[in-house]
Write a protein that binds this ligand. Structure first.
Ligand code: SF4
Length: 444
């Protein structure tokens, strides 16, 4: 087996895990390919948080049947991550041309499972209940040389009533602070400019190890390693402390961007969701954030159509979204996830009503994003360039400190790739809803 292809669904944690799978397969002497037809091994890193990721995975795996006529030969197909963890053998019963099912706790064992499936021509299913490894200790193959995902915790203790994560990723476990800092130091020495600290709820980092959260401390320690940019996700509003807000405000390397899921603006729905904060708690937090961190860009997640959501509940969500004037919101129509308390709740909201609410919400979010972007026109900011835009090789694409996409024309006589992995000042010239148009340079 010489070649592999990895397809990733879902969150940043899955992207990180995919980089580790790539590292493991590279260590076996394999190389990546772009097309399924050229791959000896195809790995799906899956997500079961949203129904559509679940469906897309099943559709994509089913479409590979043609590569294994009669179920023999063809690539080894492995399905891992949250769906592997949740479904185990059941996945194999539904998709019999799959060769390997693995979970969230045994990524390091994947090469062994692939080898066994290939040499014994027998499907392998291995799903463990808990983990004794952190995927970040495994060899990795970074998608961009200048960026690294750094899980600081895995799992989650919060049990929001709609969410499967605690069941498929297990209870929250933190990595020791010193280990994270030395990993970042090594990455900086290797040319990494930006790190993203990852956890389902980064704000409770350290509670299991040290008896109390130490997220503000790890944030400051990582910011002082010499790395140019530090980002983190995801923050649970109930655990975001004033010490963390101070660290964000005071450490120049910590980017002025925060993803702070609100989910609903109705206290009644927040209670049903088991979110453990009220709309007033959330609004107070946002006020403290905006006043402490100039230029903060804020994004959120919102669920529309949670069981029993009334028009009044939804209007409260619209109100909180308007008040927080987000730069971006990931809006989702509620879908029940098997095994969660919410899936057992009565009060399913009529599909057409949910869709109308969703459309109203999207309009408000788009208007707020555009309005915020317009305020940036004429200002100078720094962009970390990623390379040419997918649509136009003469346009550079990159991210501002506030995590906004910036498009900049490639200077005459230069190539877009020359700019990949560089942080340069730009002047913002035009605002669109989801990106900024800019040119290289400063006003001076
Ligand atoms: S905090 Fe809630 S929504 Fe986030 S992963 Fe944990 S249980 Fe799921």
């Amino acid at each position: 087996m010489d070649t592999y292809l990895i397809r990733t669904f879902g969150c940043q944690m899955n992207k990180h895990d995919s980089e580790r799978v790539a590292g493991l397969l590279r260590a076996q002497g394999m190389r990546p390919v772009e097309n399924a037809e050229d791959a000896d091994v195809i790995v799906f890193m899956t997500c079961c948080v949203r129904e559509n990721a679940d469906e897309r995975l099943r559709g994509q795996v089913a479409s590979l049947k043609v590569l294994k006529p009669g179920g023999v030969g063809g690539p080894v197909i492995a399905v891992g991550g949250c769906i592997g963890q949740r479904d185990g053998q059941r996945l194999l019963d539904q998709l019999p041309h799959v060769d390997v099912v693995f979970g969230t706790h045994n990524i390091s064992h994947l090469p062994v499972l692939i080898d066994a499936a290939y040499s014994q021509r027998k499907p392998q299913v291995e799903v463990l209940d808990e983990s004794f490894e952190f995927a970040s200790d495994l060899p990795g193959e970074r998608e961009h040389p200048w960026h690294a995902w750094i899980p600081i915790t895995v799992g989650c203790d919060n049990f929001c009533s709609y969410c499967v994560v605690p069941y498929v990723r297990g209870r929250e476990r933190s990595r020791p602070l010193e280990q994270i800092v030395s990993q970042v130091e090594a990455l900086v020495a290797d040319g990494v400019l930006e790190v993203t600290l990852l956890g389902q709820n980064v704000n409770s980092y350290g509670r299991d190890l040290y008896g109390e959260p130490r997220f503000a401390e790890i944030l400051r320690a990582v910011a002082r390693t010499g790395v140019a940019r530090v980002r983190f996700a995801t923050s649970h509003p109930k655990d975001l402390s004033d010490a963390t807000i101070a660290a964000m405000a005071e450490e120049p390397a910590v980017m002025p961007y925060l993803h702070l899921p609100v989910q609903s603006g109705s206290d009644r729905v927040l209670d049903l969701m088991n979110r453990v904060y009220t709309r007033d708690d959330y609004l107070g937090l946002v006020e403290r954030l905006y006043s402490a961190i100039p230029g903060l860009a804020l994004s959120t997640d919102v669920i529309v159509g949670f069981p029993g959501e009334t028009e009044d509940d939804f209007n409260r969500t619209m109100d909180i979204v308007q008040r927080c004037h987000y730069d971006q919101a990931f809006t989702f129509i509620y879908s029940p996830r098997e095994g969660t308390p919410a899936a057992e709740m009565d009060g399913a909201v009529d599909r057409a009503v949910v869709q109308a609410r969703f459309d109203r919400l999207v309009e408000v979010v788009q208007a707020s994003a555009l309005n915020n972007n317009r305020r940036l026109v004429g200002t100078v900011t720094e962009v970390l360039f990623e390379g040419p835009s997918k649509r136009d090789p003469l346009i550079l694409t990159g991210r501002t400190p506030g995590n906004k996409v910036a498009h900049v024309p490639v200077p005459p006589g230069r190539c877009a790739d020359d700019f990949a992995g560089r942080i340069l000042p730009v002047i913002i010239e035009e605002a669109q809803t989801w990106f900024l148009s800019a040119r290289l340079g400063t006003n001076s």
